[in-house]
Design a protein around this ligand. Structure first.
Ligand code: GLA
Length: 388
């Protein structure tokens, strides 16, 4: 259970008995637009009602951070001036975001922090972005007179992943965590950073996540490899068209991709093909949502799953199995959500099918893998905020 009193009681107990301020930031879902953010494309995320809550307070030291991870019962103290920083992976998010906020001009000094979370770890719901944006929000408030803009906090979170956690991620997760709004999905153009709130109340349908409980891990090579493949294709296209400006796959056409097919090799070609298709699918989903055509939305979700599984190769057996069950049960849309390599499927289900689908998925998954998938009904919540 995560509430202010719970976090506060641990903060008081583990430090000097004084209270601080409490901040919260959510994890996210993404309706469609996967692996498009670092390709300058579109994404369609929303914040969820689960996330991270932290109590924080300046401790009067120059640069000593005393941190307590409530769920892990783990305490780590470190200095911001230590060039290596702490080793515990959770503490690296605190260290990283503090240094990134300093780069933005926030005079961060020593502080105490205790935090807890209820966004499932490794489920592809961005628990790490929830931490980054929660800590950024706190540091901005405590040391920075809230002068750092929301966008700069998004970028500080992303830089934390790049510089301290080994994941070359895009901006979707941190964006959703900072800018989320209850009841709304957001369509973000990751190149121009323009975005729009889309109230999401699909009449007769609901969104549900099925967590395979295969832990997804983005740190390490597979995620970064995908990104490198995309960049490689752009490099080859740019070399063929010196007159043009090619920064990301967003700037490339299907014809240009075909031109470099042989030279980039089958793997990079397939990956780029997925990204170009996904760009078109997000736009098709926007139109379908405007028309209230949820069957079309669902059709695009299945196509995305197929692309993520066969071309981008970020699925796994368990996620493909959950997707097959959805299809066989007549679920409107279903696909892997987030970076992949484990985690959840996101499912758009008609109300009248919901019960049967969940029962089937639990039963069949259990028969095959010896445990049930976890079920999370999606509630779209607010972004980062100060609670008290
Ligand atoms: C992870 C990354 C995001 C995005 C997704 C895939 O969640 O952090 O930036 O690339 O994978 O869409």
């Amino acid at each position: 259970m995560m509430d202010i009193e719970f976090v506060r009681s641990r903060f008081i107990k583990h430090f000097d008995g004084k209270t601080g301020n409490v901040y919260a930031s959510p994890g996210r879902i993404n309706l469609i637009g996967e692996h498009t953010d670092y390709n300058g494309g579109f994404v369609f995320p929303g914040a969820v009602d689960k996330g991270v809550m932290a109590e924080m307070r300046a401790n009067g030291t120059e640069d000593t951070v005393m941190a307590y991870a409530i769920d892990l019962k783990d305490r780590v103290d470190f200095k911001l001036s230590d060039p290596d920083g702490p080793r515990a992976s959770w503490a690296r998010y605190i260290y990283g975001i503090a240094l990134e906020m300093k780069k933005l001009g926030v005079p961060v000094k020593g502080f105490n922090i205790a935090f807890a979370g209820d966004v499932p770890l490794g489920a592809g719901m961005s628990s790490s972005a929830a931490m980054e944006s929660c800590f950024a929000c706190g540091l901005n408030d405590i040391f920075g007179e809230n002068k750092v803009s929301q966008w700069d906090m998004v970028l500080a979170g992303q830089a934390t992943e790049h510089n301290y956690c080994g994941v070359n991620c895009g901006i979707m997760d941190q964006f959703a965590s900072v800018f989320g709004k209850a009841g709304c999905l957001m369509r973000l153009d990751c190149r121009s950073r323009e975005f729009e709130y889309f109230p999401f109340k699909p009449d007769g349908y609901r969104l549900v996540l099925l967590d395979s409980v295969v832990k997804h891990q983005l740190a390490g090579s597979p995620y970064n490899d995908r990104r490198r493949s995309c960049e490689n294709v752009v490099k080859h296209i740019a070399a063929k068209h010196p007159e043009g400006k090619f920064e990301t796959l967003r700037d490339c056409t299907w014809e240009q991709l075909e031109e470099v097919k042989e030279e980039v090799g089958a793997e990079d070609y397939k990956r780029a093909k997925f990204v170009l298709g996904e760009k078109d699918r997000v736009l098709a989903v926007c139109d379908a949502l405007n028309e209230g055509d949820y069957e079309k939305v669902g059709e695009m979700m299945y196509k995305t799953h197929e692309g993520l599984s066969k071309d981008y190769e970020v699925s796994c057996e368990e996620l493909d199995f959950l997707n097959d069950i959805a299809k066989e049960d007549g679920v409107t849309g279903s696909r892997i959500m987030g970076g992949g390599f484990g985690g959840c499927t996101i499912n758009l289900v008609r109300n009248d099918l919901y019960k049967k689908f969940i029962e089937d998925a639990k039963k069949r998954f259990n028969e095959k893998y010896g445990h049930e998938p976890k079920v999370y009904d999606v509630v779209i919540g607010d972004g980062s905020r100060k609670l008290c």
